[in-house]
Design a protein around this ligand. Structure first.
Ligand code: COS
Length: 383
């Protein structure tokens, strides 16, 4: 069994870590405070090649493996959740469905600009009444001649309404299957299509510098050819996309937990109470030891799931486990890290305060922790 990363993966980690430290860390707190998406750091992340990492060079991607992508997300998340969210959502959920299910024409049309970071793309799955129960989507698409007519709405869509968002992949009811269940299909809707509006959502507790939106469709007409893959395959496509997406949320949990440990180590070695650094009190040393151990477990679980994916093996169960465990690891690490910072950990001038808030999304986005447990329980045959 070989646990070593390749030289390319090590170099990638070093370059993303140094970029995150130098370009993102200095602005992260202010952007969070202002609830502002930064087109400047977006541009810099694009220049570093953080979009389309696993897409083949033929479509403008970097042609790297999934583990490389996960390492990149992990390193950004070690410094800031919002920027990691922009990268993760763009790669897994924006680029993913077009790359894996699009036809040649669709791939050539959209992927090169997405991989250059010139455009962003939304993943239109969640609706006001279809969250965990994702297959209960109410948005409809009716074929009228050579056009789909779409009506409905989507909510909580990352990267869905930025100035550079070029469109979204939208899950719609397109009919009824033979077994009586709704036929669900994915349809591409470009920004600027009449009847399609994307609106930014504000007032978030976490990931405040990422773009979150609501999408509205009112008699929105798109060409019949905007169907992504075969009609009726939409839910499978979305679920398959989420399997990969869950690995990137796992990377956010892992990177965020590592960031919490790094901050906690620094602070508790510097901060003195009762005449010695607080890290030297066993009660605190044990917290730090637990954090280090859990992060190691989380990394092994996540990288193993990525290895399965990179080797074309089934990984749905492992993706659910990695997403769940990494999220909960960050939950415990953020809690310990704030505790170790004492009163300062409650103040916005300390990054750990933001990490504590940002963590919560990981228990909810791309399938709640409860949904991950359902997926795992089904895989082991108990549900
Ligand atoms: N990959 C491909 N297909 C999958 C799949 C996967 N990982 N998981 C399920 N499917 C397929 C099933 O095979 C089934 O196919 P058929 O209808 O052809 O038989 C179909 O999808 C429905 O599966 P299932 O019956 O298991 O769906 P449920 O309605 O019971 O839902 C859960 C299952 C709860 C796991 C699913 O709805 C889910 O993941 N919900 C959370 C959604 C989510 O993560 N949203 C966050 C979006 S933020 S970007």
């Amino acid at each position: 069994m070989d646990y070593t990363l390749s030289t390319e993966q090590e170099i990638l980690r070093e370059s993303v870590r140094s970029f995150a430290e130098n370009e993102i860390k200095p602005v992260a707190q202010e952007l969070d405070e202002k609830e502002e998406f930064s087109y400047e750091t977006m541009q810099k992340m694009a220049e570093l090649g953080l979009f389309g990492i696993f897409v083949s060079e033929q479509y403008g991607g970097q042609g790297m493996d999934y583990i490389s992508y996960i390492i990149a997300v992990e390193e950004i998340a070690r410094v800031d959740g919002s920027h990691a969210a922009t990268v993760a959502a763009e790669n897994s959920l924006g680029v993913g469905p077009l790359y894996y299910f699009g036809n040649e024409e669709q791939k050539k049309k959209y992927l090169p600009k997405l991989c250059k970071g010139e455009t962003l793309w939304g993943f239109g799955l969640t609706e006001p009444n279809a969250g965990s129960d994702a297959s209960n989507a109410q948005t409809t698409a009716v074929l009228d001649g050579n056009e789909w007519v779409i009506n409905g709405s989507k909510i909580f869509i990352t990267n869905g309404a930025a100035k550079i968002t070029a469109g979204s992949t939208v899950l719609c009811r397109t009919g009824t299957r033979d077994d009586g269940r709704p036929e669900l299909s994915c349809i591409i809707v470009e920004t600027g299509t009449p009847g399609y509006t994307a609106k930014e959502m504000h007032g978030k507790m976490m990931w405040r510098a990422s773009n979150t939106s609501e999408l509205y469709f009112e008699d929105c007409r798109v060409p019949k050819d905007n169907l992504l893959g075969p009609r009726g395959d939409g839910f499978h496509q979305m679920m398959q996309t989420l399997d990969g997406g869950r690995l990137s949320i796992g990377a956010m949990g892992l990177g965020g937990a590592q960031g919490c440990l790094d901050m906690a180590l620094k602070y508790s070695n510097e901060r003195e109470q009762f005449g010695r650094p607080i890290a030297k009190f066993q009660v605190n040393a044990f917290k730090l030891a637990d954090m280090a151990m859990e992060i190691e477990c989380a990394r092994l679980l996540l990288y193993k799931a990525c290895w399965l994916r990179d080797n074309d093996m089934r990984f749905s169960k492992e993706a659910a486990m990695a997403k769940l465990y990494c999220s909960e690891t960050m939950y415990r690490c953020a809690n310990h890290a704030v505790q170790l910072h004492g009163g300062y950990g409650l103040m916005k001038e300390y990054d750990v305060e933001r990490f504590y808030r940002d963590q919560k999304l990981l228990d909810i986005g791309e399938g709640t922790s409860e949904v991950q447990r359902i997926v795992i329980a089904r895989h082991i045959g108990v549900l």
